[in-house]
Design a protein around this ligand. Structure first.
Ligand code: PLP
Length: 473
């Protein structure tokens, strides 16, 4: 079905609020439970196929407001052994690609819907984008965010004039609350941030831009949450260039699209807390899955450790700060060529989708990544309490090996019997990498046998296989 014609009649005149009320008044006799969350635009029984035509229409609708985002060549093509490019979708006003969809969806509302306003549930990025364009277009926006949402995100939405409601422990619960609000009488339209046809269509404009900016593209790596982004990009790209491979990258903390591909239908998936929080959608969109499943060539699940390394890589090498979801496509490449060997010597585009990361999480992420790479090591050295010379000697030796001491503190052992005369010197040191870390360890073990204890993990090589690709026929 061509969604463009559908959405033009957006109407259908029947907002989810009205539908929800109608359901309350006249329940189906064969339906045991009232489905308050029924969304006429995202109907499991009637999934919509997004059309290429609707994406070109969206592109012309948003182009006067949303500037083309840069597509830049990576500085590390040699390291990855590929012609690697980044499509930087984090340089929008609110820091994520969602602005395309937010603007387009709001523009497509009719007068009555604009006046009544919109409501959505979100994990943060979509809420900010919708709030921002709601303010610009004068459309009231209500966002329901899970209760543990970072205060900086909540504040941004409020600053953009949205009504912010904190409810539910996760996305699923927040969404349920949003529909509850509608059924309680708030007569506004629910816009699903990953499955409304206009949202998917808006995201598809990224695909058109990539082809225009880099016609030689052979593979596109796309972060996946609810699936709207990959559905839009794949629809646009495969229409014009079916030979281009589309890979979806998802976190192993919530592999909902991966699981949907395995089962050939959207399927509820458990969600674990992780770094790619914006991707934690337990059930992928019906329209998104319907539009994308036959166009996605491979799905890859990555873990949080690879994500931290991707964030560090992008910060150090490309000088951009990304959030977990935004960097996830790069995480998949860090294990290359062991993983995804077919990408070697290919022209690859990673879509970098968002940069909204809390500064405390960012600091922890960068430290964790350095620890994984052997660039941050923790050494505990046992000394006699009165041995200040030993203490000074150790610091001198470490410094002479060009190892940067970031933190040093002493812990006395008097809490444990027999340790009245023992002091532990704890050092956090920065090295040039795992080889350097190993030589520091070797020297200290030789000069101070049995006195030094090393946090072992950094001294083990980073696992080659930290992500799980799967090709779907
Ligand atoms: C930064 C970022 N990247 C990627 C995605 C995935 O988009 P989708 O849910 O449409 O798959 C999201 C979703 O909110 C996101 O916030």
């Amino acid at each position: 079905m061509d969604v463009s014609s559908d959405t033009e009649k957006e109407s259908l005149g029947v907002s989810p609020a009205v539908l929800a009320k109608r359901y309350l008044v006249k329940p189906n006799p064969w339906c045991s439970k009232l489905d308050l969350e029924f969304d006429v635009y995202c109907d499991a029984a009637n999934p919509k196929l997004i059309s290429y035509k609707s994406i070109t229409k969206a592109a012309s609708e948003i182009k006067s407001v949303i500037a083309k985002t840069p597509l830049r060549k990576s500085k590390c093509c040699v390291q990855f052994n590929m012609e690697l490019h980044y499509k930087f979708e984090l340089f929008h006003q609110t820091g994520s690609f969602h602005e395309r969809s937010a603007l387009y969806s709001l523009k497509m509302l009719d007068e009555r819907q604009r006046a009544a306003g919109v409501i959505t549930a979100s994990l943060g990025n979509w809420a900010q984008a919708l709030a921002y364009y709601g303010k610009r277009l004068g459309i009231p926006v209500t966002v329901v965010l899970p209760v543990h949402t970072m205060p900086d995100i909540t504040k941004k939405c409020e600053d953009f004039g949205a009504q912010v409601i904190l409810r539910g422990n996760d996305f699923g619960e927040a969404k349920r609350q949003a529909f509850q609000i509608i059924s309680n009488g708030k007569n506004c339209s629910y816009i699903n941030g990953y499955d409304h046809p206009n949202v998917i269509t808006g995201a598809g404009t990224i695909g058109l831009e990539i082809l225009e900016q880099l016609p030689g593209t052979q593979v596109i790596l796309v972060p996946v949450g609810g699936g709207g982004l990959i559905a839009g990009i794949a629809t646009a790209v495969k229409q014009l260039r079916p030979e281009i491979l589309i890979y979806g990258i998802q976190s192993d903390k919530c592999g909902s699209f991966y699981k949907a591909m395995e089962n050939n239908r959207p399927i509820n998936t458990s969600v674990n807390h992780g770094l790619a929080e914006s991707l934690a959608i337990p059930l992928v969109g019906y329209n998104a899955f319907h539009s994308a499943h036959h166009l996605v060539d491979k799905m890859v699940l990555v873990n949080d450790d690879s994500l931290t390394r991707a964030i560090l890589h992008l910060a150090e090498e490309e000088k951009v700060i990304t959030e977990g979801a935004g960097a996830i496509s790069v995480a998949a490449l860090l294990a290359a060529p062991n993983i995804l060997p077919e990408l070697q010597n290919k022209t690859v585009v990673c879509v970098i989708t968002g940069g909204n990361i809390n500064h405390i999480i960012l600091t922890r992420c960068l430290d964790r990544a350095k620890a994984i790479e052997g660039r941050l090591i923790k050494i505990t050295i046992k000394l006699a309490t009165e041995d200040s010379k030993g203490h000074a000697k150790i610091l001198r030796i470490i410094a002479s090996m060009s190892c940067n001491i970031l933190q040093s503190y002493r812990e006395s052992g008097w809490l444990i019997e027999d340790r009245f005369y023992t002091t532990y010197l704890i050092l956090i040191c920065e090295t040039r990498g795992i080889q350097h870390a190993c030589s520091v360890k070797r020297v200290l073990n030789t000069l101070f046998p049995d006195l030094c204890q090393f946090e072992e993990e950094p001294f083990n090589p980073v696992e080659a296989c930290c992500c799980f690709p799967k090709r779907f026929p």
